[in-house]
Write a protein of this length. Structure first.
Length: 262
């Protein structure tokens, strides 16, 4: 194991583009010093598959939740299913949940209702929350503020908002996670948000198999091992050493999710 460890706090290991070679993907991550992975879920099927993967591989943890794209397919008992999955031994968060007004795959009123319901469930369970928001930041923040969820347990994943929005998240007491998007040349607003995020509110992720970072942006299927490129870019951007960036983001992930090394 490498001396410097990283945690990929958001990767879709059960996505079809990675699932068939999961053992190789996990091993490549470990070889790169990415010792712990949080397998994110978008729907109930992925939530179940993520739990299976977490129980199979040491260092893999999982989330459970219904993404805004899939809010329209929420069945009457979906909250009961998510609650059961969140109570499993390897589950560390409820997510990813939120609002997505870019694609509008689910009607906006349905997205808002399902988001609010899951926030309140997370508040009742005391679980950390992983939020997805795209072109819906104002509504996302408003619903979060009105919920019973604890803002200090909230992570805004793959953050793509400008500094004013980052400050609003930080003022709430929430945490910000950056993916490979922050490494893109045209991501100046996101980079500005990354500069102002304090050490104790910073996480790194890949959102694999999507969003391959520079310098491997042409890589078709992103993998957790590539979170080291995100971390290296952030370290340089913030004027930190890679060792410091790895230390603080790992500590933050352990504090937020409880994903203790095995």
């Amino acid at each position: 194991m490498l001396a410097m460890e990283l945690i990929d706090t958001h990767c879709h290991l059960t996505h079809g583009r990675l699932r068939g070679r999961l053992a190789e993907v996990v091993q490549r991550a470990a070889d790169a010093g990415v010792t712990r992975l949080i397998c994110a879920a978008s729907d109930l099927a992925e939530s179940r598959l993520g739990l299976s993967a977490a129980r199979k591989f040491a260092g893999v943890y999982c989330t459970a939740g219904l993404h805004p794209h899939d809010a329209k397919s929420a069945e009457a008992d979906y909250l009961r299913v998510i609650e059961e999955l969140c109570e499993a031994d390897r589950n560390v968060a409820l997510g990813e949940i939120g609002l997505d007004y870019h694609y509008d795959f689910s009607p906006r009123d349905v997205q808002r209702r399902v988001f609010a319901e899951q926030l309140d469930l997370a508040g009742r369970l005391g679980k950390p929350i992983v939020i997805h928001t795209r072109e819906a930041f104002g509504d996302t923040l408003a619903i979060l503020r009105e919920s019973t969820a604890n803002p200090s347990k909230v992570v805004f994943h793959s953050f793509t908002e400008p500094p004013a929005s980052a400050r609003a998240v930080l003022d709430l007491g929430s945490t910000i996670s950056f993916s490979g998007i922050v490494t893109f040349k045209n991501a100046l607003n996101i980079q500005a948000s990354a500069r102002l995020t304090p050490d104790d509110r910073l996480l790194v992720e890949t959102d694999s198999p999507f969003l391959s970072p520079e310098p491997v942006r042409k890589m078709k299927d992103n993998e957790p091992a590539n979170v080291r490129h995100v971390a290296a870019f952030l370290a340089q951007l913030r004027g930190d050493s890679m060792e410091h960036l790895a230390e603080v983001t790992t500590a933050n992930a352990v504090r937020m999710f409880g994903c203790i090394a095995i």
